[in-house]
Design a protein around this ligand. Sequence first.
Ligand code: 5GP
Length: 205
Amino acid sequence: MNFLEQKIIEDGVIKEGNILKVDNFLNHQIDVDIIRQIAFEFKRRFRGKTVNKILTIEASGIAIAALLGDLYDVPVVFAKKGQTANSTDDKYVAQAYSFTHKKMNNVFVSRPYLTANDKVLIVDDFLADGQASKALIDIVHQAGGEVVGIGIAIEKGQQQGGRLLREAGYQLESIAILESMDYATQTIVFRGQPAQSLHHKAERP
Ligand code: 5GP
């Protein structure tokens, strides 16, 4: 098991509806040491690639993107969600269906922050159906930039996003890939590994 899989076993909670809660270190409270390790791992996996911008989506991708931007010494941009797209004159806009909130979001980046010169590494906390990643890719392409790769902390391998992005030819690097999880037994299976019981139980916040 790698450091992130280990952390999920220690602090993750499986919720009903195929949701892994990692508020303890990623989605609410932030364990900066774990985020730093995630950033180092992305830098290692994308070595040899030219990157001049990091792009993520608010909110939980921002911490990972910031530490990675520090390693590359490049600007970090986060796409914003939810504003109605009454005008696209000053921004690039795409749409993404939110798996966790069950609603369609507009995702946008103001035009000055992405250009045709940008070689963009996209990062996010979770990959499920790939909606957020697809919206970010769309926005980079609207700007005429290039997507160098996609770095994901936790990929839910039982959903289609990872397969679709790999089939589309993107270098997708996910540090922990969940094959399945079971709410009743609080058991998780990471890709290529035997089932593991989470240390904490579902009653935990
Ligand atoms: P996608 O856009 O790939 O369908 O879903 C990814 C987004 O949904 C992530 O940015 C994340 O916010 C959210 N998400 C999807 N599944 C989970 C989950 O099991 N746990 C958490 N915490 N977030 C999830």
